[in-house]
Design a protein around this ligand. Sequence first.
Ligand code: PBG
Length: 327
Amino acid sequence: MELIQRPRRLRGSDAVRRLCRETRMSPDSLIYPIFVDETLTGVRPIEALPGQNHYGLDSVNLAVEECLAAGVNHCILFGLPAHKDAIGSSAWAEDGVVQQAIRAIKAKYPHFYVITDVCMCEYTDHGHCGILRGHEVDNDQTLDVLAKTALSHVQAGADMVAPSDMMDGRVAAIRAILDEHGYQTTPIMAYSAKYASAFYGPFRAAAGSAPSFGDRKGYQMDPHNRKEALKECALDVEEGADILMVKPALSYLDVVRECADTFDLPLCAYSVSGEYAMIKAAAAAGLIDEYRVMCEAALSVFRAGANMLITYYAKELAQAIQKGDIG
Ligand code: PBG
């Protein structure tokens, strides 16, 4: 057979396959979510997320040490406060759970990069991501509390803030308050295209943040929409975002690709709790090879154009990259 083109030539050995990989990953592009529970002493496994833990303030540095040992140098912090109320006031308390966790980490590991999730849903007694007027989240009143919360995280030592609430105008409000207080150089990672997704189920069990009535469709995006994601990203760029995000990841790879092609800001994707839990459950049932599926799923997000990934598998992926199994 006379074949000039034989693509298999570049698949013939591990060495040539590794040479020709089009997608490269690095542990530097992975971000690990850490859950800190103000009411906890020590470490407690999260039932909804097998292999993940809640950390007490006394042991948050254990989580950091596990990251560092695996080669992961970035985290995103989520807090479970001891006290919730209608306006989520412990979100911006100076001695709030996230603020205390940041100080504990920075006292011991000043170079470990700490991003904080800025949202109200873990702090409100109704579980919505902002301040209610009747049964609706009031956008403009919520901007004030989000801005105060972001500022308090940065004052406690956070390196970057990541608003995940999906209120209109939150990036501008946060940028303004940070600048006013002299934090012009602190970046904002905007959860720009965050969809109203069923894939957040295990997270809400883990963070105690499920809404007590209704759903989040009035502020998070409709999964049917693609152009709306571009609009959300464009607005965040205008408002001063430094990094854009698409969330969830796997069911939204088309959106990841389009945002990567359209905007010149770094793009983050969040491989959310349901994506992780599905792999764990299928592997526990003996249906798939967890390690290989973990690698392939993460790889697909980078191939789609993401520059960084928030994932519950960050530590395992960093090891897989270092071994050369991916990237
Ligand atoms: C807070 C927030 C959520 C997630 C990240 N930040 C939950 C939600 O919007 O209900 C989801 C993360 C995950 O599922 O892993 N608003």
